[in-house]
Design a protein around this ligand. Sequence first.
Ligand SMILES: Cc1ncc(COP(=O)(O)O)c(C=O)c1O
Length: 400
Amino acid sequence: MSFLSNALARVKPSPTLAVTQKARELAAQGRDVIGLGAGEPDFDTPQNIKDAAKAAIDAGKTKYTAPDGIPELKQAICAKFARDNNLGYTPAQVIVGTGGKQVLYNALMATLNPGDEVVIPAPYWVSYPDMVRLAGGTPVTIECGIENGFKLTPAQLDAAITPNTKWFIFNSPSNPTGAGYTHDELKALTDVLLRHPHVWVMSDDMYEHLVFDDYTFCTPAQVEPQLYDRTLTVNGVSKAYAMTGWRIGYAAGPEIVINAMRKIQGQSTTNPCSISQYAALEALNGPQDFIAPNNEMFKRRRDLVVAGLNAAQGITCPVPDGAFYVYPNIAGCIGKTTAAGTKIENDEDFATALLEEENVAVVFGAAFGLSPNFRISYATSDEALAEACTRIQRFCATLK
Ligand SMILES: Cc1ncc(COP(=O)(O)O)c(C=O)c1O
């Protein structure tokens, strides 16, 4: 009998965390590594948010809170959904968790039974399929190729739904592609869901505020109000407010799901960190004016990276609408051999050789369910990005 849980055999460690760790180790050995694996902004949490956290400590807000979050924050979340998404929720329909990751995990744990299927467009955020498996469900992934901008078509969604489908996980702008669904594209998907009333929608809106050019963010319950009663809308402060370490995410949806999630939280983490909740309160209620200049900076970096990658032989890089990732296709590099003599059979070989030979850490596409690609997080300095592009161009130019 194994000491470890059988559930553990169903999941693999996060590949993005593994790449980040490997890059750190090589850097510690003195190698000049450029790490483009981690998905977090490179700027600091805004000062007003840090001050709110310090004030919370000084005011003794350092005790357990209600499991689903402090009332002020839940109220602020309701106001945010009304302000940004035209969605009306009461505090009873809201839960705060330890990052968007825990909120998504709790939702799946609270609803999945063996045999339940969850439709996940690929490429996907690495954690969705593993979370579904941990919760005892079955992920049903659908490959959404570069030819349709990495987006799911209504016909693909329709074909993937079975009587066992419980959730459809939707993520726009997407990690890892940065692709954003337009209102019309999303409406075409929600039309399909209207024909399948047993399917619920889990919308992961984590990159809502990180959008570029004329792309306008939209979310399923807003685009199709008839889905309001079967949509869980998930969001958080990690990305837009540079608060990845504070661990605050939240969700709004029907009370039946929120109450079930609260029950799980009450028996696991009790409540998200009290101090972080006061910081998140300031994030949502305080000035939002730093978001636009940040997006300008990200857009500049996006353009730099897209141009740099498209200049590399064998690489095609589409222009993303949001988030801070690009997901170039490397079909033109597969089957070739590197300067050091490594044959590139797949995108994992490409990423490994790129790290070994040029000291650039990227995450291979297979980790996200669509190959041959890799993901770059461009939330790092212009200088590092420019140098990384030079190294990738050199790497590709020497492939034979
Ligand atoms: C698409 C997506 N959803 C959810 C999360 C979780 O974010 P957090 O747990 O930091 O709130 C991430 C973080 O990388 C993400 O990229």
